[in-house]
Design a protein around this ligand. Sequence first.
Ligand code: TXA
Ligand code: MG
Length: 323
Amino acid sequence: MDPTATEAIERAVQVLRDGGLVALPTETVYGLGADARVPAAVRRIFAVKGRPADHPLIVHIASAEALDAFAVDVPNDARRLADAFWPGPLTLILWRAPSVPDVVTGGRDTVALRVPDHPLTLAVLRALHSGVAAPSANRFGHVSPTTAEHVRADLGDEVDFVLDGGPCRVGLESTILDMTTEVPVLLRPGAVTPEAIEAVLGRAIERVATGPSRAPGMLRAHYAPRTKVELVPREGLAERARELRAQGLRVGLLAPSATGAIPDVTRFDLGEDPEDFGRSLYASLRAADAAHLDRILVLEPEGQGGLALAIRDRLRRAAAAHD
Ligand code: TXA
Ligand code: MG
């Protein structure tokens, strides 16, 4: 690791040890982190984000070996999933260990744990010898940050240090899976798909991702830019854009590169494949939001497999914000 990276890691660790807040890169989105063992520091996360206190936080750990420091009665299936997907975009809900502060879990008897897949943040976690409680590093209800610049734009100097690890590789928040029930329940779809989870477990899980959720904070209207967002299927796109233009509205379009020309819309490119779509979605929503448009059209992703479920979930929430 180069000397500047080493210095930045040391700085992040020091700020966390002193009870400060550090924005950390992960493969999904940037997190706003505090030492999970220091209640006063974790409380500041809620103040800075403007997040309700009953929305619990994910605790980020260095490896599956730290599972038992934060959780009890960890089922074998959870360990198998950890082996298969960590470091990576899967968060497991487990019974909390008594030492986990109430402020982290919103007073619940469960705790959310994951090992993020980013070399800088893994280095911080290894050096800290604790867990880092971190929600996405955006203001409450806003779009999650996928670059250090997004974090600075949202939180300014209310965060004590931003560890810049470049743009996030996945770009969508982690899959959340509740492992405290007989049948594991998908609380939030992400890059680790239900199919991949079921292949490891050798049994079906419950998929409630589109229905009411047990993860507080999975509000129907969430992940929302200021400009009204509308999800449009491929067939209806040209017609819908024409209608809105006829009303005199300024229209933006987020769509994969291959999408044909649509007249009089400001285009934001979502790349070639579903991975590009996921990776660039939040940055494009932010860019479209900053462009002073009246409406943002987003082309609905095709199919159900892979990232499509997670992308559709986030877009529905973004669209619901203005209903
Ligand atoms: O990819 C991610 O998960 C990112 C990065 C930073 O790791 N983090 C993230 O955190 O998206 P946040 O706080 O924006 O979303 C965490 C979600 C919330 O909806 C919260 O309600 C849920 O996890 N959650 C946390 N602890 C929980 C628990 N004990 N039971 C049920 N849901 C929980
Ligand atoms: Mg969030």
